[in-house]
Design a binder for this molecule. Structure first.
Ligand SMILES: *Cc1c(COP(=O)(O)O)cnc(C)c1O
Length: 411
């Protein structure tokens, strides 16, 4: 008899995106001619920028030559990429990082899901609610929570409500926890934490000896240069934070796969005997044991994001999505909807109209407007009454979806 990991049984049936997929498939089967527009799952739609394609192609050609062939990549990534990240993503904003504090990976989903395993199983953690489901589910699988309760919350997790009252950027909780997952600019609410909020978090983490796991997957979508792009722009964050970034949304790498995690050397946790121990070494050990690196062509492609052409081309793509977001935000609000986000992130977080529950609105939008979005309740109990629309689509589809929503539900 082979026992399976019973913690998986605690995961709530019908994880959000499969459930959406099931409902959309059923609708499409019954209505094969309905012209669906999908603004649901946050996946990019624009093709890879030419600078990225040509860097990847050159790297493939290199691998096909005796001199250019390479085998396993270095554990943490090639120096050409680590140095480009340290220079362009950090030094350019006044943050000094050593390039050996950066770990290149195949995605922030994996990094944000895997990071929990280097911490003790008794560690208490907090998430903001609504939340990117990966942070919660990976801790459930690891046995760090109790069962799901009737309100959708798992026992043992501290949920910090992100609400209209706190601008969807809540500050620290009253009680102590060991780890906190923060995502800014935020998926799903499309809002961003400002310097003041991040300073509160860093101050709290330092005085509570806690660690912040800061997911900055949407950093490139910040449009106000005064807003921090990195938690490490906040003094003291090197002693209390880990940061994750991804090329997925900023450069269209959702299918190519490349991201990175930054762990400063100063960051420590405690051993059972109370001694401090390096988190950087712990993650380095984890990666060296379980991960064999990102392919050379992909790392060359990622490095091309930092070339002048790469910056320009990917910057234009980000601006294109943000123009979609602007149209959605302004169009919906002028039609009488209450909308948030969409200024520093490619997501619109709208209040559902007419007091509809978020799944009810999902079903009506699908059947009446043939538009697919994401019900806020799928991201956590505080998402009930809200709905997420993604700006990742063609201009035509975004404009069309907007008109349909306005016609069916606008005032
Ligand atoms: C899309 C996304 C990521 C990126 O995941 P990858 O695995 O790098 O594609 C990370 N965090 C959040 C919140 C996201 O929405």
């Amino acid at each position: 008899m082979t026992r399976i990991n019973e913690h998986y049984q605690k995961l709530q049936a019908g994880y959000l995106f499969p459930e959406i997929g099931r409902r959309v498939a059923a609708f499409a089967k019954a209505n094969p001619d309905a012209p669906l527009i999908r603004l649901g799952i946050g996946d990019v739609t624009e093709p890879l920028a030419p600078a990225i394609v040509s860097a990847m192609r050159d790297a493939v050609d290199e691998l096909g030559t005796p001199d250019g062939f390479r085998g396993y990549p270095p554990d943490r990534g090639y120096d050409f990429l680590l140095d480009a990240i340290a220079e362009h993503d950090y030094a350019a904003r006044g943050v000094e990082l050593s390039s050996d504090e950066i770990f290149v990976s195949d995605g922030s989903k994996c990094d944000s899901g895997n990071i929990q395993e280097i911490f003790g199983s008794e560690c208490k953690f907090a998430v903001t609610d609504p939340v990117y489901p990966v942070y919660v589910d990976t801790n459930v699988m690891a046995g760090r929570t109790g069962e799901a309760q009737s309100d959708g919350r798992y026992a043992g997790i501290t949920y910090i409500a992100a609400t209209e009252a706190n601008g969807f950027a809540p500050g620290p909780p009253d009680q102590r926890v060991d780890l906190v997952y923060l995502c800014s600019p935020n998926n799903p609410t499309g809002t961003v934490a400002d310097r003041n909020v991040l300073e509160q978090w860093v101050g709290w983490a330092r005085s509570n000896d806690a660690i912040l796991i800061f997911d900055a997957a949407y950093e490139a979508f910040i449009t106000d240069p005064a807003l921090p792009h990195s938690i490490f722009e906040i003094p003291g964050a090197r002693e209390c934070a880990i940061e994750m970034r991804s090329f997925s949304k900023r450069a269209g790498f959702t299918g190519v796969r490349c991201a990175y995690t930054v762990i400063p050397k100063e960051l420590t946790g405690t051993l059972p005997n109370g001694e401090r121990s390096s988190i950087h070494s712990q993650w380095a050990r984890r990666q060296a044991t379980k991960f064999n690196g990102v392919s050379y062509p992909v790392q060359r492609a990622a490095a091309a994001v930092y070339t002048p052409e790469g910056k320009k081309q990917t910057g234009e793509q980000v601006a294109f999505y943000m123009e979609n977001a602007r149209r959605l935000r302004e169009g919906l609000s002028s039609a009488g909807f209450t909308v948030f986000g969409g200024v520093h992130a490619p997501y619109i977080w709208m209040r559902t109209p007419e007091g509809l529950g978020s799944w009810e609105f999902f079903d009506r939008l699908l059947s009446e407007s043939h538009v697919v979005g994401t019900p806020g309740a799928g991201f956590g109990p505080s998402g009930e009454g809200y709905f997420r629309l993604s700006a990742f689509n063609s201009r035509e589809n975004v404009d069309d979806a907007l008109e349909r929503v306005k016609t069916a539900f606008g005032s």
